[in-house]
Ligand binder design. Structure first.
Ligand code: ADP
Ligand code: GLC
Length: 486
């Protein structure tokens, strides 16, 4: 019988996306399905889903979640994508908003209510639809309470008696922390609020809940799985993860080459492949024209597509800017996120209009055009659980210049004139970043060698199939364990 998997996620492409988790949740369930699993995807019905024009229909059930003395109802909508069942939990009071988790000014004030509601509604819906899951695969803090509800509320429920849980940490720095005073919203027994359970230094931690209560924990690259067991990268959860290291696995994210391949990408002006790179030059010209940026043809173009948050290395980037501006290269930035970074980027654009082109906002088409039209992609991340842009850029022959951390370290191999697929620096400093960009620009000058480097990068294969197989092995392991703590 096919393995029955419920994939619970706060976002999934093409319905709603703020970053790489959206891409993963849009692709991994399909890869699992291709390997024979029966997968149902669950996510909230945000305003963005409505705007994506997904054709949904009522799934024929309503859910009701008790919260702070009220019963909150929700509708369940359904659609399918390439034969994959997708369910949405709809309650407009919580999800019909301009953003997913918060605005550039900060998180939504009622995120605990929103994701408690989502988590409990998923379990209700799974039961009402009689989906009998072998595995519930949860992703990030927004779904961290699902394994707890499964243990606490559903312990005596035979419907879930054979359901094992896998929890994937996409980013340990986002923990879903809430004041203990609102713990009651979870509806969970107060006994679970202790340092071995849901409490993290006097606060309720949803990420910790997922880590403590799941049968298997994964994260999105082998390097990051080691890093998060250290105080430097563990965001205070390193001790817990070390204790559970037998159950912690790093599985590298894959790429959906149906979406990210320059040979078939419909969002770029000219398709191309490793065998014939002429289309890439067209993409560069068209990108420059589109963004109204004048850069001599003979100059390299360096792109960055990023959430504007501390993680992505903007502090060393801004410090490095005066030196970077002395180099013979242009920069194009696409980003959305914290307003302090938006402002600083816009300032840069005003200050160096002949060298820097800045685009604030979330723009899928422009992100594809930048991947295709640039010569290099910059990712100076302070930490990076996996990172997808560097993997996409390899496929587009757009050479990654990255800090050697997490998944960036696992996927980029330093170029030494003969081998390798990109450029890496280790020390988190403006100087190391500038030196690395300098090296890349030097290598770019040798057109023949650069072309070989591009062709080698484009050959790398990060398709989802092998990672999805690893998840299937872990699902089997989780089912063997089914050992949630008392
Ligand atoms: P993270 O998940 O930490 O944001 P990843 O590299 O894993 O980083 O994934 C980022 C994803 O989000 C990529 O698909 C990237 O193209 C996309 N992205 C990030 N910022 C933007 C933006 N401003 N506009 C369009 N796409 C963006
Ligand atoms: C997170 C990480 C990113 C990773 C993505 C998908 O947002 O920051 O590195 O690629 O999740 O797993």
């Amino acid at each position: 019988m096919a393995l029955n998997v419920i994939f619970a996620t706060p976002e999934a492409f093409p319905f709603a996306k703020t970053g790489g988790l959206g891409d993963v949740a849009g692709a991994l369930p399909l890869a699992l399905k291709r390997l024979g699993c029966k997968v149902s995807l669950f996510l909230p019905y945000y305003r963005e889903v409505l705007l994506s024009r997904a054709r949904t229909e009522p799934a024929g059930i309503e859910v009701s979640v008790p919260m702070a003395g009220r019963d909150l109802s929700g509708q369940v909508l359904k659609t399918s994508i390439d034969g994959l069942a997708v369910y949405f939990i709809k309650r407009d009071e919580f999800f019909d908003r301009s953003c997913l988790y918060g605005t550039p000014e900060g998180d939504y004030f009622d995120n605990l209510e929103r994701f408690v509601f989502f988590s409990r509604a998923v379990l209700e819906a799974v039961k009402a639809k009689d989906l009998k899951p072998d595995i519930i695969h949860c992703n990030d803090w927004q779904t961290g309470l699902i394994p707890v509800y499964l243990k606490d509320a559903c312990e005596d429920d035979p419907f879930f008696s054979k359901t094992a849980t896998v929890f994937t940490i996409h980013n340990i720095a986002y923990q879903g922390l809430f004041p203990s005073s609102i713990y009651g919203i979870t509806g969970l027994s107060p006994e679970l609020y202790n340092p071995e359970g849901l409490e993290f230094w006097g606060k309720l931690s949803l990420l910790k809940a997922g880590i403590v209560y799941s049968d298997i924990i994964t994260t999105v690259s082998p390097a990051y799985s080691r890093e998060i067991q250290t105080p430097e990268y563990g965001s205070g959860l390193d001790g817990l993860l070390k204790n559970r290291k037998e159950d912690l696995f790093g599985v590298l994210n894959g790429v959906d080459y149906g979406v990210w391949d320059p040979l078939i990408d419909r969002l770029i002006p000219s398709n191309y492949s490793a065998a014939d790179l002429s289309g890439k030059a067209v993409c560069k010209k068209e990108l420059l024209k589109n963004i109204n940026f004048e850069l001599g043809d003979e100059r390299p173009l360096i792109g960055m597509i990023s959430r504007l948050v501390d993680q992505k290395g903007f502090d060393i980037l801004f410090e490095a800017m005066p030196e970077l501006m002395k180099l013979e290269a242009g920069f194009v930035f696409l980003g959305s996120g914290e307003s302090k970074y938006q402002k600083r980027l816009e300032d840069l654009g005003r200050r160096y209009p002949e060298k820097v082109s800045v685009h604030i906002g979330f723009d899928d088409r422009l992100s594809h055009m930048i991947e295709a039209g640039c010569d290099m992609i910059l990712m100076p991340s302070r930490y990076e659980p996996c990172g997808l842009n560097q993997i996409y850029s390899l496929k587009y022959g757009t050479i990654p210049v990255v800090r050697a951390t997490g998944g960036l370290d696992d996927t980029v191999i330093d170029y030494n004139g003969k081998n390798g697929n990109g450029f890496k620096f280790r020390e988190y400093s403006p100087k190391a970043l500038t030196n690395c960009v300098r090296q890349a620009l030097l290598a770019w000058k040798d057109a023949k060698a650069w072309r070989k480097l591009q062709q080698r990068a484009m050959k790398a294969n990060f398709s989802w199939e092998s990672s999805a197989r690893k998840y299937m092995d872990l699902y089997a392991l989780a089912r063997k364990k089914l050992s949630r703590p008392e």
